[in-house]
Design a protein around this ligand. Sequence first.
Ligand SMILES: *Cc1c(COP(=O)(O)O)cnc(C)c1O
Length: 402
Amino acid sequence: MTSSGKQVGGREYLAIPGPSVMPDAVLQAMHRAAPNIYAGEIVDIAASLVPDLRRVARTEGHVAMYIGNGHAAWEAALANTVAEGDTVLVPATGRFAHGWAEMAQGLGATPQIMDHGKREPWDLEQIADALRADSAHRIKAVLAVHVDTSTSVRNDVAALRAVLDDVGHPALLMADCIASLGCDRFEMDGWGVDVMVAGCQKGLMVPPGMCFVFFNDKADAVRRAMPRVSRYWDWAPRANPDEFFMYWNGTAPTHHLYGLRTALDMIHAEGMETIWTRHERLARAIWVACHAWGAEGPLELNVAEPAHRSCAVTALRLEAPQATALRDWTEARLGLTLGIGLGMAPPGDPAWHGFFRLGHMGHVNGQMIMGLLGGIEAGLTALGVPHGRDALGAAAAEIAKV
Ligand SMILES: *Cc1c(COP(=O)(O)O)cnc(C)c1O
């Protein structure tokens, strides 16, 4: 029994959808004395990150780095493209699109929100109608969350590009890949995305603290036409710094740069295609296990159609209050922390305790996923929650398909 009352030996496992599991090599790279920020290694490392970040995003475009979390990336992208009084179209599947819309509202823009619920992807027909109705082209940007982390819905960003092109609407296509980058396939240039935002603490495997805005020349032209851009968020000097401090508008996030350098080395040594395949295989193992449990009990995947599910995060439903009981049990007994349900029911509502999520982004492999699933099965058994058989066998069969 530890001082916190937990009955655990061995390693703990944080299986929530961000922050994700950090590789030891990343932590070790960060464990050092502060470097000189005026010359030497850290200056070279910062410059070396840019092409490697572009390769992760699959873009030849620009990248601005910021000290900040995902919310900072949201604000940064908007501050460069959306002026007070502008309209943004926000198709929403779950919680995160609403968060980005609130950010736009805070900057004086008007979000036009299309709510597509919590279990299905965007309704592209409805989006096409909204764009067609905007013949005056008042919509400046479409804020598109690729993977909604609250519902685990994955949206089809390439199809949204096709809708914009079909309608002939000039709005910027801005994608939130904070959950999906480095987990679910994403092709910024191939899919015609103008602006993309990401954080470092999910698929990129680095502690929270850095975020990125990728943008193309079309988006940069929009920025240059802005009445003003706030100094700190301005992406221009960050993407094209004359001096080292201009990357960050101040002191560099020194230790994050070491960590990110190592994480990008690991990512490119494995290769983007291999990383996407690994995430897909591990996600499939989770899905088949959940399907087997749900065959004889209340557990249910939030997203019915596999093509609409993210490979980075899985949202699950269990009768309230069993989801909370399960999370409490695995954390206290196994040192395994599962994610809370987010945005599915208001906090304080008893229904809130009927949802949970699994993060499987970044530094994860087959034995970790088997441990995660085994922990859940142990919890369901201990709590007397009815569940179907052979979930673990089905998951192992998926993982064996390597
Ligand atoms: C995590 C996440 C965010 C918010 O990131 P923070 O670092 O918590 O600010 C935004 N969008 C998506 C899709 C996310 O997964």
